[in-house]
Write a protein that binds this ligand. Structure first.
Ligand code: ATP
Ligand code: MG
Length: 257
């Protein structure tokens, strides 16, 4: 697991988006990310795991411009994008589904989708296409389209959040624990959709506390701890590396098999 940067073409390609030696603090000089470097390879699913408080959500918030590094660079397609506000990332084909719920509960499913597509609200054809994308990924959303988002279960609301982001036709999607606290059947549906995204030209960064699923769907993985990368590698590395598996089991009280 020590020299993991030489894992074949996926690892050698220039990342679509990356953090380079980034330091981030929420308050003063107490840094939460400590010189962290990681990247999402185009057309791949990049998984990020680590114990509670490791900085996983902070990584996504930093990539999406909600937090500014005190040091280090955020790169998108080889361009430095430090300081860019979050809405600019939508126009650059990056979508973000945060860990916390982000729906308007009183609004209908369809109105939530329309609001998510505010950037092209005057383009009727594009709006119709956006709704179609969300409904194709998650047919249940079409059935429930006139019902308040808040009337749906947690898992169904997750469908809506994912559908709303996919409706933007992103080339990169940042997902923060998309199946946390969700019934197993709905979780499976979500992973099934995530797995299809690279074929549809969508690169994925997946933060997940479900280690088994994250290893199963990711092409490349990072293990974070205390705002640093503790280990990285391809799926095969994670399967073979007993030390790493023991470390993860210890953190999460969980056995990878
Ligand atoms: N808004 C905030 N203000 C101050 N500190 C914060 C804030 N959000 C997170 N932190 C701190 O930053 C560190 C990393 O938090 P982060 O949410 O990125 O972890 P995480 O790996 O996503 O954890 P979890 O698995 O619980 O979601 C933690 O120590 C946390 O307490
Ligand atoms: Mg988190």
């Amino acid at each position: 697991m020590t020299d993991t940067r030489n894992q074949g073409t996926a690892a050698e390609a220039v990342p679509l988006m990356e953090l380079r030696e980034v330091f981030v603090a929420y308050h003063g000089d107490i840094t939460v990310l400590n010189g962290l470097s990681l990247g999402a390879r185009e057309g791949a699913i990049t998984g990020i795991i680590g114990p509670n408080g490791a900085g996983k959500s902070t990584v996504l918030k930093t990539l999406y411009g909600f937090l500014r590094p005190s040091k280090g660079d955020i790169m998108l397609r080889g361009e430095r994008v430090n300081g860019l506000p979050p809405y600019d990332f939508i126009n650059r084909g990056v979508a973000y589904v945060p860990q916390n719920r982000s729906l308007f509960n009183e609004l209908s499913v369809e109105d939530n989708l329309r609001l998510g597509c505010w950037v092209f609200r005057n383009d009727k054809r594009r709006m119709a296409e956006a709704l179609e994308i969300a409904y194709t990924h998650f047919p249940l959303l079409k059935e429930r389209r006139n019902e308040p988002a808040g009337s749906m279960s947690g898992g169904q609301q997750r469908f809506l959040e994912l559908g709303r982001s996919l409706a933007l036709k992103p080339s990169l999607i940042l997902l923060d624990e998309p199946t946390a606290m969700i019934a197993p059947r709905l979780s499976r549906e979500i992973y099934d959709v995530i797995k299809t995204l690279p074929e549809a030209g969508i690169t994925v960064i997946l933060v997940d506390q479900n280690v088994r699923q994250c290893v199963a769907v990711s092409d490349y993985m990072y293990v974070l701890d205390l705002g640093r990368v503790r280990a990285e590698g391809s799926r095969a590395d994670f399967g073979d590396d007993t030390q790493l598996r023991d470390m993860i089991s210890e953190w999460l009280d969980y056995q990878i098999d």
